[in-house]
Every structure is written in C-alpha cells, then in structure tokens.
Design a protein around this ligand. Structure first.
Ligand SMILES: Cc1ncc(COP(=O)(O)O)c(C=O)c1O
Length: 360
C-alpha cells in the first residue's frame, strides 16, 4: 500500500485548454508557457499536451535542453534569456530563441564568438518595471542587436502587469500597449504581448504570438471561474481519510489549537500536508471535497496531514476519497481561500507526491 495522495495530470485537459487558447487568439501563434516544470505538471506531459502549440516558453535553460531531448522540434524561447556564457552554448546547441532584456546580456551577445544564427526577442519594460529596456532605450538596444552578425531575427516582446484589470491605476494594460506599439513603430519583426489574462479578457491585444501559461493548466487570474472560460482542470490532487476523531464542544484540533469545536463533530484526517504542497496558511473554512461533498479544512495544516470537518458527510470512513483541488473543486477557489493564486498551488506540488496521467 502506498500513501494515498496522488496528483492526476489530465493530458486531454491540457490539449483542450490549448484549443481554448487558440480560439481566443485565432490569428496568433501560441507560445505555451512551460516554466517551473510546466507549472508543476511535468515537462514530458506538457510536450504531449501542447503538441499543437507553435512553440514553448520557459526560463530554465536546462529544462529547455530537456524539451529537445523529449523530442520538441518547434520554437523554444528562454523568457529571461541567458544567465551566463554556458547558457549561450546551450542556446546554440539546442537551437533556442532567447529574450534579451538587459545591457549585460547585450554585451555578452556582442562578445559572443559563434556563427550559428540566434533568434532574439527584445524585451521592453513597457510599465511593469520588472525586466526589459524602457521605451527611451529600446530602439538603441535594437540597433545594437542588428549589428551582431549572429543575431538572425529580432522579435518584440513585453509583459502585462495587470491584464486582468483594465482600469488599474498603477498601470492600465492599454498604456503598456500604447508604449509598446509606439516604440516599435516601423520596426520589422514579430510582436508578442499577451499572457493568459490578456488572452481571456483582452483578445484585441493578441499579436503575432500569444504566451498563455496558467489558463493552459485550467486556472485563471480573472475574477471569473476557469469553467466560465471553458477551461478544464489539468491537475487533480486527491487523497484519502486516514483517521477519524469524534470531538465534543470545546475540543481543539491540531497545532496551536486554532480550531475549537462549538459542538460535537467528526474530524477527518487527510493524508496531505504542506510538505506535499498544500498551503500551510489555508485558514479554517478552506474548501475541500470528501466523497465529492464539499466541506472545510478545520485546524492548522501540518506537514503531512490536514484535518477536515466530516459533519456533512454521513458515511465518511477511513479510506473515503478526498479532493484537495481539481475536478469538482477549482484550484482557484482553494487558492483564494488560502490567500494565494492557483499558480502557486500547482507549482508547489512536491516531488514526494505520486503523479499519474490520464488521457481521455
Ligand atoms: C514573460 C511571461 N510570459 C508569459 C507568462 C504566462 O503568464 P500566465 O501564466 O499568467 O498566462 C509568464 C508568466 O508569468 C511570463 O513571465
């Protein structure tokens, strides 16, 4: 018998969500984002699920090399470019595209001694103030790239700070779009702006390419449900009840005795904890399913276990099936209850969690 905690990755859901992304941006090519081990879903599974994508994007050079070993032949883009000289060799050896976002990277490229052509995506800081050249410095960076003989195609890329929030007072997406197009006016090359939120909520921003990530895994940064966009959960995390306690009014549950019963109740102990990737900060009331029935986390999440209220589940027993998130319980709902985002939960799945695949 192995521990009953299992993450099921649904390859058909990955495929379906990619088709949704395609429908949102029918004129665009799709760079499916697979950083962080395909948001926790596994690179090999992403290669299968996203076989219809036009390219894959990620930040880890060694994972990019692994994608080639897994047989991915189409475009691969390193979204943060290269970190050192060795990465440049990886780029050449594995035919990777690279983002260039900094003066340091530009200088390294200028000094590089390779004859193999490299395709570069020049990153603009159009208002997020994370990576990229600000508009005032962007065209000069482009000129320098053009002068490097190893640089073949130059594409233009920027990233939204608030694509899901059109009226964000800090930086509305429309202002980023304005800066991006104004700065790249007249320059020849492909353009790419949209992440999932932009694809789902600002389809008019789709350009030559789009770069969806989290939507492909069945979650959304929007304040609407993923299901309302026809997205399917690609990861379902399930476990079982491994212990039951009957407690009385005034009894406390778990570390710190955070939860105190106000009447007699039945507590189920679930084999899943923060060392599996379940958020330790999930408060009492975080939704969870037992035998498909919705109930709540009660008491602090511990390393290997969660305690849940079994009151609504009349015939709950040791061995009852528990859904932490996925089919029947959107990961976004669990994330919201725990004060985080679906991205963080899916990426945090730990190596000790058994992973199986389904594909139907
Ligand atoms: C540069 C870049 N493009 C695209 C994405 C995909 O974003 P999302 O997962 O929100 O679709 C990310 C993710 O953070 C990113 O950093």
């Amino acid at each position: 018998m192995s521990r009953p905690l299992v993450a099921t990755i649904d390859i058909a859901a990955l495929r379906h969500n990619l088709a949704v992304a395609r429908k949102c941006a029918p004129q665009s090519k799709i760079l499916a984002i697979v950083k962080a081990n395909a948001y926790g879903h596994g690179l090999a599974r992403a290669v299968r699920g996203f076989s219809d994508a036009d390219g894959l994007g990620l930040i880890e050079p060694d994972s990019a090399a692994e994608l080639r070993e897994l047989g991915w032949q189409k475009r691969i883009v390193l979204l943060e470019g290269f970190f050192d000289e060795a990465d440049l060799q990886t780029i050449v050896e594995h035919r990777l595209d690279t983002v260039v976002h900094s003066e340091e990277q530009l200088r390294m490229l200028e000094c590089m001694k390779v004859d193999m052509p490299i395709d570069v995506h020049l990153k603009m800081n159009s208002g997020m103030n994370r990576l990229g050249f600000v508009p005032a410095e962007y065209r000069a960076a482009w000129q320098r790239l053009r002068a490097i003989s190893a640089v073949r195609h130059i594409s233009f890329i920027t990233h939204f700070a608030n694509a899901e929030d059109a009226d964000n007072p800090g930086m509305p997406p429309s202002e980023q779009v304005r800066r991006f197009y104004e700065t790249t006016r007249g320059l020849e090359g492909e353009r790419c702006l949209s992440n999932s939120a932009a694809e789902l909520m600002r389809p008019e921003y789709a350009a030559d390419w789009v770069r969806p990530g989290v939507m492909l895994y069945g979650a959304t940064p929007a304040d609407r449900s993923a299901a309302s966009f026809d997205l399917l959960p690609a990861m379902t995390l399930m476990s079982e009840i491994i212990g039951i306690q009957h407690i009385a009014a005034g009894d406390a549950v778990g570390y710190g005795s955070r939860f105190i019963a106000d009447g007699p109740m039945t507590i189920g102990v679930v084999a899943c904890g923060y060392a599996d990737g379940y958020p330790r900060h999930a408060p009492d009331g975080t939704p969870i399913l037992v035998e498909g029935i919705r109930t709540r986390v009660v008491g602090r999440v511990s390393m290997d276990m969660i305690t849940v209220d079994l009151t609504p589940i009349a015939d709950a027993h040791v061995g009852s099936k528990v859904t932490l998130w996925g089919n029947g319980l959107p990961i976004d709902e669990v994330a919201t209850a725990a004060g985080t985002v679906g991205y963080e939960l899916m990426c945090a799945i730990m190596p000790r969690v058994r992973v199986i695949e389904s594909d139907d």
